[in-house]
Design a protein. Structure first.
Length: 126
């Protein structure tokens, strides 16, 4: 009998900081209940989906590179990523960036669609 390895989903420190930022953002919009809904969606839907279907997100590296600066950043990112796979996953009003290394998925970043772009430098701190 072949046993399939269990996929583990881990939250990065940056992902946790992003959650704090989203919570503050939603409080400022006077919609704190939306944060509870996000946490429920992560726990009950998103993480189980990633455990079962690791490639559910679209490949991040398939984006068209439109500048020399972006190309340079992508090359640095590819070196840091190594054999991993970087993907985007959209859930309701949020975009999640995650990396997959064999049996581990690291949730790197989450942003509300109305927030700013990913901060790649902080993703690999520490």
């Amino acid at each position: 009998m072949i046993t399939k390895r269990k996929i583990v989903v881990k939250l990065s420190a940056n992902f946790e900081r992003n959650l704090d930022s989203i919570e503050q953002f939603l409080k400022e919009l006077e919609a704190p209940q939306e944060f509870d809904a996000l946490l429920d969606e992560l726990e009950k839907t998103t993480i189980p989906n990633l455990e079962r279907f690791q490639e559910i997100g679209r490949p991040f590296m398939k984006r068209t590179i439109r500048s020399v600066e972006a190309s340079n950043h992508i090359n640095v990112l590819l070196k840091k990523l190594g054999d991993g796979d970087l993907r985007e996953y959209v859930i309701s009003d949020y975009l999640i960036l995650y990396a997959r290394y064999e049996a581990v998925i690291y949730l790197l970043s989450i942003k509300h669609h109305r927030q700013l772009s990913f901060d790649f430098e902080r993703l690999w701190e520490g």
